[in-house]
Design a protein around this ligand. Sequence first.
Ligand code: C2E
Ligand code: CA
Ligand code: CA
Length: 734
Amino acid sequence: MRGLLRTIGSKAAQTAGSPAGTPRPAARISDQERLAMLQAFEEAEIGWFWATDADNRVVYLSQSAADKLAPGREILGAPLVTLIEPVGGEEEDRERPLSFVLGAHGRMTDLTVRVAGRNGEMYWSVTGHPQFDASQEFQGYRGSAKDITAVFEHQRDASRLSQYDSLTGLANRHRMTKRLAAILTAYRAAKRSCALLTLDLDRFKEVNDTLGHPAGDELLIQVAQRLTRIVPANAELGRMGGDEFQVVIPDLDDRGALGDLAQRLIQMVSQPYALGQDRAVIGTSIGVAIAPYDGIEPDELVKSADLALYAAKSNGRGQYRFYSNDLKDTADERRGIEEDLRDALTRGEFEMHYQPVVRASDNMVVAFEALMRWNHPQRGPISPTVFIPIAEETGLINVIGEWALLRACEDAAQWPGDLRVAVNVSATQFSFDGLPRLINAAVIAAGLEPHRLELEITESVFMGDAFAVDRMFARLKKIGVKLSLDDFGTGYSSLSYLRKAPFDKIKIDQGFVRGCTDKDNPASAIITAIVSLANALRMETTAEGVEALDELAMVAQLGASSVQGFVFSGAVPQEQVLAKLGSGDFHYEAVGPARYRADRRSLLRTAGAIHEDHRYEVLLRNLSRTGALIEGMLEVPEGTELVLDLGEGQLAVARVRRSDGSVQGLEFETPLISDGADGLCTRHRISPYLLAAAGMPLRALPAGAQSLPAQPNAPASRPRFMQVVSGSGNARAA
Ligand code: C2E
Ligand code: CA
Ligand code: CA
């Protein structure tokens, strides 16, 4: 033992004393003094020494260190690996097993190890050097150790904090970003796929604003719990900040399965939440992108998922959406619209059009709904369903809405008789405290009696502060304007709103009108219920979006008091309104198809049809889940098997079921699935790696060009079918 200590001692003096290369100061103290110093060093617990024999069994450990170990175990003679256990910071870079290092007689430098201590776990930093005799025979280790428990625990907590969200306990953005990068890098070589779902809660802000931040926090915790329950076991779930969550799912590229999962996530999140005494209902939108199809690098994939989320959100909330290349164009276009919207008002590009609201009993017009039109100098007319949501998001709705109100009141003041004008007021405007003042100013400026102005409000206003909402209703009623509940039946449709708020009218959404003549559609029963409820509450009802004569007959029979729709007229400019009314004609004639016919989705886009080793350009006339109608190949026999290339790596195996000249009806082997919006897509796609193998370099693959290239080295054979110019005059109607 003495000898051992002496050697360690001289070594310690050597390493501690002088940096390499500088002359060592002469030792002025005796061996005995040095031994005493080392003992003092050990006892002061600045550091400890240890040693093993050639079998790596412990032969020495400083007494003060041994005293700290969990009692009741023999230390001397115990294999070192049973006393200490290395700990890695991350799963990814966990140290090589200790036994491996010891067996290889390697060095240990500041290795962090876990040690069972008298008072629980301790962490030591251990350094050890292998010792060899003159014939290079391994003799064991000599080393030092020190207790770093406090530092280690502090760092571990800090690292936990820096990797996990302290509110929900989910991984945070930092960790998710790292994990996604690690997974994608690992999978890239193995050509494995990985799905990324980005979730953003709908209406979370309203809850936070109305019920307060503690309630908002509680809501986020509950959302995290629900998500945790549904995501697959191998998925990584994280909160990216605010009300945004992310799910990374390795080895999943089946869009059918992903669509189902997204739908389940949406349903779960949309169930009501109990927050103390309060109840809240929120929703979520989800964007889905899949590596390697929609991005190979992490930032590409994240961008794709974000774009898909964005599309899901603007398509109406509570939806999921798969990424596709055209979303990028849509996003660019939206940005352009957003910029132009700022100047549209000053450039005078807005116009108000008016759609008649006709009394069901005698087809006389009773009111007009004011609908905004934007004539963009370059883009042409832009639908309010596109620019109103953008105006709401950017806050521009307040000035645009004010303009609409003033213009509608001025125009209505020109109309003869007592005709009313209905103006749409979005929830953002409704929560603006100055709205009543503005409305007052508008009716006074136009000289319009307030009861001739009707405000159309959607149920979304009820998501705001309940007290402020009640107060706003009261202030508006005091002015004397009429209030309508717009799009009834599309939102949360709580009947309690109807009892609480002083509405004069309910507008039945066109979604119910659309199906009301079908026998097995509950729409007519719902209309009946809404009408009887409105009658009981002394409210009027307007059926919206009536297009066909059978729909008109049905809604009239079900008791709607007025009707609005193309069957009478679309929205027209003020001149046309004045021309018609000026001639004293207040009657509208119903004109339309006998029955509503859903527009067959005529796509008229091109696709590829692959037969044997030939690719034909065809026109896609019609696409459904189970089949397609294509045009462009001549005389293809029934029963022929083809592969339809729908772009972006989407290949659908199909069989020709009907063939007539250049038009073929195809049936898919596997049905297509919904893309989350009204589009269809294939469950699986051809991986860009395969496309690369077929001659398209991965990097050079332009977005949107992911269709199967012609096989470059394929032996040339004669095409079996004649290609006809698609979309030409000989196109036969479906
Ligand atoms: P909304 O308030 O539900 O307006 C009815 C929409 O249905 C209008 O679309 C109208 O043109 C359309 N419509 C009317 N009859 C028929 C029919 O028979 N069949 C079909 N398929 N559609 C019919 P529009 O003009 O595109 O407006 C869309 C939405 O934009 C409006 O929905 C409203 O929410 C919003 N909006 C329009 N103008 C304004 C405005 O001045 N202020 C605000 N805040 N929102 C507006
Ligand atoms: Ca409306
Ligand atoms: Ca409506």
